[in-house]
Design a binder for this molecule. Structure first.
Ligand SMILES: [Zn+2]
Length: 469
């Protein structure tokens, strides 16, 4: 598989091949761990997860680094203001690192609920202060940064390519960047690499430029290059990261090394809720726990996410989640039936067309919606299969393709379902009623079981079979 991925830097779909051998070096901007992540943030990591799985499915090595921002992100993403970690620490009466640990744990818990595999390297900003300081020193030495009264700034006038990712001229960037007047900056577009400590700061480190803490952008550059070298194959993030975050990462990384920082830039569009952006004031900010509390399987949300393209806004509604939940239940129960009947095999030649069609969809800029349509087609084929051999081959192929989709279809199909003691008692009673030809009682018990999610089938040979729905 050779993916054609849309590169924000060139505004084109490009063949995505690694710089070296068969190893992809990927950096994904991680969460700021100051609050529980909502489904919009987690949606983005589902896309990253599918990309990583698709590359591994094709036999590539992938090394992905994801940061945990536990210092340096400012409320509103402006250049000066209150650190999000300080806000959370005050809100919860905890030390900032305790806040970070709490919300990082919740982030990984929700990631696991959505079958998002962990990045190979998870790096915390607070554990990489020396690397950030070294990068800042290099920028100072090369004349791309200057020390001011309130910290160290990157000098955008020293870097003519500033703006190449967001494709905006400098004056437009300045006008649109929510920049506050700061007399310490030479140019309003200059951005902070290091912020001098204020008396009440909870997080600060000694540095050659006085006590303080790093800016948000320098964190990602320093950690990406520490683990992946000066040039990455891909850097990903949300559409909101294009400017200023990624624009600043490119400027400071390339100014320091003289090499291209990332060959491809991938940006995932926002998730919208009922057609609107998520806002606390609207009350439409939902978490994975909300999804579970309303009785949905988090994997139904994953299926919903895969039904959209990452470069179009995904519109989340509870109705659309319900529809995907039904789809997931149908897929699982059909697969369970097919698997019980025929098992699963890896007979390639019977299903090569399904694999090719699936791969072609993923290769086309991760067209996951078309990839899901291939699974629907495969399920249809398994249903109509004329031999157990054919059905087993299709089931095996679906399990194989799910290595990319991550919907746990194999696990659901092969799981040995067991009845609870109460369900087993009802089923035994019903068998006894049938044996006594008490059809009215048998039908009543069948209805009771159905209410509990157990559908009973009476087979022609007189036996009964049940399935959980
Ligand atoms: Zn970042």
């Amino acid at each position: 598989m050779v993916l054609a991925l849309y590169n924000t830097l060139t505004r084109k779909k490009e063949r995505f091949v690694p710089l070296q051998d068969k190893r992809f070096r990927i950096y994904d901007c991680g969460p700021t761990v100051w609050a529980e992540q909502h489904i919009g943030n987690l949606y983005r990591y589902i896309v990253s997860d599918v990309l990583r799985r698709a590359l591994r499915y094709s036999g590539y090595d992938v090394t992905e680094v994801m940061n945990i921002t536990d210092v340096g992100a400012i409320v509103g993403d402006v250049d000066a203001g209150e650190d999000r970690m300080a806000v959370a620490a005050r809100r919860e009466g905890l030390d900032p690192l305790a806040v970070a640990e709490k919300y990082a744990d919740l982030f990984f818990r929700d990631g696991a609920r959505l079958n998002i595999e962990r990045a190979d390297i998870v790096s915390k900003a607070t554990e990489h202060i020396p690397e950030m300081q070294a990068l800042i020193q290099t920028l100072l030495d090369k004349g791309h940064a200057y020390v001011a009264a309130d910290g160290v700034y990157f000098d955008v006038s020293s870097w003519p390519e500033y703006g190449k990712l967001s494709k905006k001229p400098l004056d437009e960037l300045v006008a649109g960047a929510r920049i506050e007047i700061n007399p310490n900056k030479r140019n309003p577009a200059d951005f902070a690499l290091w912020r001098a400590a204020k008396p009440d700061d909870l997080q600060k480190w000694p540095s050659p430029w006085g006590e303080g803490k790093p800016g948000w952008h320098i964190e990602c550059s320093a950690m990406a290059m520490k683990y992946l070298g000066p040039t990455l194959d891909l850097h990903s993030g949300g559409e909101d990261h294009i400017f200023p975050h990624h624009e600043c990462e490119i400027a400071q990384s390339e100014a320091a090394t003289g090499k291209p920082f990332s060959r491809c830039w991938m940006h995932v569009y926002f998730l919208r809720v009922e057609g609107q952006g998520m806002h606390k004031s609207i009350g439409n900010v939902y978490t994975v726990s909300d999804i579970i509390e309303r009785g949905y399987d988090p994997i139904a949300f994953r299926l919903l996410a895969l039904g959209a393209h990452y470069r179009t806004p995904l519109n989340f509604t509870w109705d659309s989640l319900g529809a995907q939940q039904e789809r997931l239940v149908r897929w699982r129960s059909n697969l369970k039936r097919f698997y019980r009947d025929s098992g699963a095999s890896a007979t390639d030649e019977l299903t090569a067309d399904l694999r090719d069609e699936f791969v072609a969809a993923i290769e086309d800029d991760l067209n996951t919606a078309s990839a899901l349509a291939v699974v629907e087609k495969a399920l249809h084929r398994a249903n109509l299969a004329e031999s157990r051999e054919e059905r087993a081959a299709v089931v095996g192929r679906i399990f194989d393709l799910d290595r990319v989709l991550g919907l746990s279809l194999r696990e659901a199909a092969v799981a040995q379902d067991e009845l609870t003691a109460e369900e087993a008692r009802l089923l035994r009673e019903r068998d006894a009623a049938r044996a006594a030809k008490d059809w009215k009682k048998a039908d009543g018990l069948r209805a009771d079981l159905l209410k509990q999610g157990i559908r009973v089938h009476d087979e022609k040979n007189g036996t009964t079979r049940w399935e959980r729905i």
